[in-house]
Design a protein around this ligand. Sequence first.
Ligand code: PMP
Ligand code: GLN
Length: 384
Amino acid sequence: MRSALPQLQSRLPKVGTTIFTVMSALAAEHGAVNLGQGFPDFECDPKLVEAVADAMRAGFNQYPPMPGVAPLREAIAHKIAQLYRAEYDPVSEITVTAGATQAIFTAVLAVVGPGDEVIVLEPVYDSYIPSIELAGGKAVVIAMDADFRVPWEKVRAAVTPRTRAIMVNSPHNPSGTILRDADLRELESIATQADLVVISDEVYEHMVFDGEPHRSVSSWPGLAQRSFVISSFGKTFHVTGWKVAYCAAPAELSAEFRKVHQFNVFTVNTPAQHGLAEYMRDPAHYLDLSAFYQRKRDLFREGLARTRLRLLPCEGTYFQVVDYSAVSSLAEADFARWLTTELGVAAIPLSAFCDQPVERAMVRFCFAKRDETLRLALSRLERL
Ligand code: PMP
Ligand code: GLN
């Protein structure tokens, strides 16, 4: 006889399968153009593949040092120094992670304890709140304004003696907005006054458009000293499946980060790290990315302007949000489903980024796609 199943108390009772996985499966099932989950449908640079293959052939196939291989940590520190004028010691302040998702989770576990509050801004990337809850903390959700700017006075008012950290994301997924100097000034003022840790998700740092710079929290000394700054090679080099990212933080914060990191992944794929280090030697490989994606953004927006969808601004990321209220009164999740199954274009409902049920009649498209993929999607969207 089989014994009864153990009684489980779910640690994440409200969580199902992520929307990205659900929509990609639906897109595949219905042969839809997948503009839902954020990943490129084109190949990365063959030179990068060669660099990783070279590393494998050169015998870099065993465990690397726990925080990452030295050449990659040095390349990351060099890049941050060049772009943001911030000094991070590659030995003690840069840690290579298995994707940004792991870096975010690790940073949260390193600083958030039971009962601690963490401020997040909604729409919020889907991994943040579960990470906080798994650490025993409580997410304090502040809704962004209608134009997806941060209402700093509400953030300030939400701070309590239990507030431990704030999580920010610029360029912002899903809205495509970016933080500006005035935002970072407010963030610094609030974080300093309340002695908060800042977890800054900057995975789209190299996709900022129209000549704007990326304003990294690392470039603000008052913020950098209390921040974990996270970026991902998956986004920057078109290799989302490799799952290699990093976290830059002052030595004291990095030491706590590494205590957790060593027991949730220990180390990250060795040949990929060596290959990425080699590939980073040419800064054009990341500096050209904004122009590359701006061209795709413009192609996609020009096409969307011919449809009945209303375009929201897109200052960065590879996402474009549209308002479909002129087309349908369906709820966002239903509209995204309908769009996928009936029109053949997959999108992500914005409500998937919200803890509270909120309906804005908006969905997100990913334009990290070949031009012909974008054109095919547009030809279908024009039928709306
Ligand atoms: N943060 C944001 C805002 C993202 O959009 C993503 C993935 N698209 C991640 C983190 C996770 O990145 P990774 O794939 O490196 O885990
Ligand atoms: N971050 C990607 C997006 O926003 C998806 C990553 C994932 O599937 N977890 O689409």
